[in-house]
Write a protein that binds this ligand. Structure first.
Ligand code: SF4
Length: 718
């Protein structure tokens, strides 16, 4: 496909979970255009404005291209790779030798799961460090999904996905797929898919404290008080189970404890939860009856219900609702994928609470502690105190609770290394930065999001550009550090050698060949291998999701536990919260803060690209006009937002899309810190939501941070 020095490349965009197919024209060694690949069987031409920013990342003069070391006067000097690796290994090894293994911590940002090399070569390094202080963005995002999946289905990655293209009723709680393009539900072209749902006579109901972009497309939208979704779900189950509307069908044969669920929901009548949720009892009853009566239905709860005080209960109850109505593992309901590389059969199941954090005693899950405890584990003296930190593609100062406290903690570390190609609010505290190649310089295959997709698909994305001779891929950086820091046993050395020999491509080929569609070791045949995938430049459609239970369950007895002890034990806390909400005096000055996602923003980065940041200021506080007049503040004014842990100043925007009593600020901003490169071209830094969120506020079941429903006060700015 070459027209005089112009070449066409097909790949998947790996900036978010939607994995849209893109077509990139390269002319004279530079990206000439990026557009949606109409022949991609999954995304069918859809892209969002961020896709073109892949070029901006690649060409960004701010992007780091060589290792850097902090100098004594606070500046940076360029160093060679070997020197950088040796220094990082020596400093981390010294800390572990002098203070124990747990004195070194790791933090992984979410771009890691969008990167084949990181997924394959990162784990040996984390495991090799043998520290209990491992953290990631999981505990400020989707941790309750994994906990519920482990406890109910026996594996952290057995995550039910809405069968979006066939459902007759989609109930969305705390999610905005019209903007996110689906999260834990990979579905590029969400607007088209939602339109098709409506065209085939399906219904869309959204429950959210904000009338979101998705809610505007819905048949019905209900405001709900932040943090009250578990009450709504309990009441819906109460209606279904007390009115005999349950119909689990064939699921009944391998589900346990329906009677326990029946007794747990008994106290949560719609009348009782209505004042706390803000939804009338009759509305809750009819929503439950409609959901139960729909020919197919699926309840989907995402970030707003995960990152709240009852996140674990919410994701459990979402599953229970789908199960008792017979919609789990049923076309049009919540289904499991069959990905071409099946991580369900090749990774650990995930366990909760094998150990607890040193200071606060929060439970570990799947080998990681909740990131809400990271700062206190650095700042609190004593055996096991964190003194060294390795971060990878993460910016926890902006993306985890109480960012100001975390900054203070990072400043106190003996040593920090960041694998990252930006000098951001977090990496500016590092002593050494190791920048990997850009997304267009390495191959890609999505190991994770094919597991969460609304159809089974597979696509291989070859690199467009050769990295420079002094560049390193993530997997090469991990391999080098692992060989210096990891276990030196013969078995580990052989495995390391074998993996490095194969590289991500070779390991992926093995995963595909021995996956559910694989060809095995045969050179030819109808099965899947990397060679076959590479020839299918637009990607392969592997078909609609298919029922797979009970065979795919990973519980010891191959049965679903409907009322896992860890979650059932948390129901009294919910009841207590409900009773407290009835007694609580109405504090008219206090508001509840929620976040919001923006299509031109990618969490805490990409704010330095002019073409994404054009237009009006985006980091604004949304407030209902009634609240504004009660508080004496006006549109466009700058206001102070104050929480238990911090205070920020932001411009105010009034909108009746907000539920009265609730305000919303987008996440990922706050680039006013010195020495970073991520402020917008127009120097609009915004303010960080996580300078207000409280590290002490977590869901105690799984330790996930409460980022939604944060109590705040709004005052006129000085
Ligand atoms: S929705 Fe946008 S950022 Fe996400 S994969 Fe598609 S093009 Fe990329």
């Amino acid at each position: 496909m070459s027209r005089s020095r112009e070449t066409t490349h097909y790949r998947a965009c790996n900036l978010c979970e939607a994995i849209c197919g893109i077509q990139i024209e390269v002319r004279e060694g530079r990206v000439a255009s990026i557009r949606g690949d109409r022949e991609d069987p999954f995304s069918r031409g859809h892209i969002c404005p961020k896709a073109v920013a892949l070029q901006d990342i690649h060409e960004d003069p701010d992007r780091l291209r060589h290792p850097l070391r902090r100098t004594k006067d606070g500046g940076w000097e360029r160093i060679g790779w070997r020197e950088a690796y040796d220094e990082v290994a020596a400093r981390l090894r010294t800390i572990q030798r002098e203070h124990g293994r747990d004195a070194v911590a790791t933090y992984l940002g979410n771009p890691n799961v969008h990167n084949l090399g990181s997924m394959l070569f990162g784990p040996p390094l984390w495991r090799g460090l043998r520290t209990k202080n491992r953290f990631s963005a999981t505990s400020v995002d989707q941790l309750p999904h994994h906990v519920a999946a482990t406890l109910m289905f026996g594996h952290k990655l057995l995550l039910p996905v809405p069968d979006l293209d066939r459902t007759a009723f989609l109930l969305v709680l705390g999610a905005n797929p019209a903007v996110s393009n689906g999260s834990m539900m990979t579905a590029p072209g969400m607007l088209r898919r939602l339109e098709e749902l409506r065209k085939r006579g399906g219904r869309l109901v959204v429950v959210d404290p904000r009338r979101t972009e998705t809610a505007r497309l819905a048949d019905r939208h209900h405001f709900i008080r932040p943090g009250a979704d578990a009450l709504l779900l309990m009441a819906m189950l109460h209606v279904i189970l007390s009115e005999g509307l349950e119909r689990p069908g064939r699921l009944a044969e391998f589900c346990d404890s329906l009677d326990t669920v029946r007794s747990l929901v008994a106290d949560f009548t719609p009348e009782r939860v209505a004042p706390a949720t803000g939804i009338a009892a009759e509305e809750i009853r009819s929503l439950a009856r409609e959901f139960a009566a729909a020919p197919t239905a699926v309840c989907y709860g995402r970030l707003g219900v995960s990152t709240q005080i009852f996140g674990g209960l919410c994701q459990w109850l979402v599953n229970v609702l789908n199960i008792v109505t017979g919609n789990l593992d049923n076309p049009g309901g919540a289904m499991f994928t069959k990905a071409a590389v099946d991580l369900v059969t090749s990774t650990g199941r995930g366990r909760l609470g094998t150990w607890n954090s040193r200071v606060r005693g929060l439970p570990e899950y799947g080998g990681e502690l909740p990131v809400a405890v990271l700062a206190e584990e650095i700042l609190s003296e004593g055996p096991g105190q964190i003194r060294g930190l390795l971060t990878v593609a993460g910016n926890p100062v902006l993306s985890t609770p109480n960012g100001v406290q975390l900054e203070r903690a990072l400043e106190s570390l003996d040593f920090m290394v960041a694998i990252d190609f930006y000098l951001n609010e977090t990496t500016r505290h590092a002593h050494v930065i190791l920048p990997p190649t850009s997304p267009l310089e390495h191959d890609h295959y999505d190991l994770v999001f094919n597991l969460l997709a609304v159809r089974n698909t597979a696509k291989y994305s070859p690199a467009l550009f050769s990295p420079g001779p002094d560049s390193r891929h993530e997997w090469q950086i991990f391999s080098e550090l692992d060989s210096r820091l990891g276990d030196g046993s013969l078995k580990r050395r052989l495995t390391r050698w074998f993996n490095a020999k194969l590289g991500p491509r070779g390991l992926l080929d093995l995963g595909l060949r021995f996956g559910p569609y694989g060809t095995g070791l045969r050179a030819f045949g109808g099965g899947l291998s990397l060679g076959r995938l590479e020839r299918s430049v637009h990607g392969l459609d592997l078909g609609a999701l298919k029922p797979c239970l009970p065979g795919r369950l990973r519980t010891n007895d191959r049965r679903i536990e409907l009322a896992p002890q860890e979650l059932a034990n948390d129901v009294p806390r919910l009841l207590k919260d409900l009773e407290a909400s009835v007694d609580a005096a109405d504090d008219r000055d206090s508001l509840l803060l929620i976040g919001r996602r923006q299509v031109r923003s990618n969490n805490s980065w990409m704010h330095n690209f002019p073409r994404l940041m054009r237009g009006k200021e985006r980091c604004t506080l949304l407030m209902h006009p009634d609240d504004a007049s009660r508080l004496g503040v006006a549109a466009s004014e700058r206001v102070c937002l104050v929480s238990r842990v911090g205070r920020i100043e932001v411009p105010l925007e009034l909108s009746d899309e907000m539920m009265p009593g609730v305000v919303s600020l987008p996440h990922g901003w706050g680039h006013h810190r010195s020495g970073t490169q991520l402020a917008t071209a127009e120097k609009t830094p915004g303010a960080s939501l996580n300078d207000l969120t409280d590290d002490q506020s977590v869901d105690p079941v799984c330790g996930s941070a409460v980022l939604s429903g944060v109590p705040v006060r709004v005052e006129p700015a000085d």
